[in-house]
Design a binder for this molecule. Sequence first.
Ligand SMILES: [Zn+2]
Length: 405
Amino acid sequence: MSVGIMGKIKASLREQRFIGNRLRLTCSVKADWGLPDELFFDIVSDQAVAPPAGMNHFALALLVPAMRAGNDLEIEGAVSARLLQALNGELQVALATFKKSLSRISVSASTILPEMASSRALNRGCATGFSAGVDSFATISLYGFEGSRRIKCLSLFNVGAFGQAGAVGVSEVFEKGGLQLREFAKNVGCEWVLVDSNLDAFYAKGLNFPSTHTIRNASAALLLESMVDEYLYSSAFPYNEIAIKPSPCIATMDPIILPLMETESLRFRSAGAHLSRFEKTEIVSRNDMSFSWLNVCVAPAADRMSMGRNCSRCWKCNRTLVSLDLIGALEKYDRVFDLEYYRQNKRSAVRSAALRALKGSKIDREIVEHVKRSGYPLPSKAELLVVKTFARLRRLVEKKLRRAA
Ligand SMILES: [Zn+2]
């Protein structure tokens, strides 16, 4: 990367074509430094997908890599006037405040997309991502599949959530998620769309998934302009934790930055941002579909082979199980969790939540408050300290052993 001289990233449309039922959109990228020379999005759906009118998705996808390089971004194609304004102004300022390694640049497009004035009145419904987790199930429960604010389409994007672009096993995990999505969509009678991409390859070191996922996913969501008029991006943090400030998680800015990625025909909303995770779990526990579909587990796929949907042992399974237990809904989930294992190990599950609360996790602090109110014995500070010290020692020994191996 050249220092002092402002480089340029030039993106131009290469092709839009159907390969069977797959619509492939490719854009050629010219940069002064090591970016891949092609960015693609592949769209597969049970519905006919119209090729997008402009290059909104490419422009948004390349904004962060260009800011990271300190290079101006030149789009040889049409971009929405509304989006282009935010890409040059509000969105950049928010991102540069959030991440010090991002600098202000200029974003230009050779033409402005003609405004589709009538599209907003069509009321084409909403789309949302489906991961089967608590946040995603809360969105589905809040909006439903009927009425004017209905979810019309469920989506899954391969833009980094499943691992690095091109890494071993990533496409298999994405494929598995795609099958789950199709099966669920069929069950609820709704449309589905899958977007595959090499976008992750443009997000080099320092632009990891937790710190950039909203931008990555919104880029893919912009491809749904012809199908829906709103994309519901499930919130990860409630409003009282939202701010524009340095953080490892971009989701702490979602309600602020999502509208900055809108075009004239697609809106974004941080769905469920008015609720805490515990409140979301309560809502999800009243949704019958979740009893057989809820999937919160973060254990590696290989470790879960024999365990069904959730391992019931990882921190995320633990947290969800304790919440469901407090809500009084545990029994409903015997198809997706190992409830017997949980009951035998409830004390340690509560202890790990208390430990995370002690480290500052607000989600776990709320759970601990509910545990306290329920009368279940909480571990003492001394006990937590001992557990914490042992955990640290274990990590140290493991690290030493790995080095020695
Ligand atoms: Zn798990």
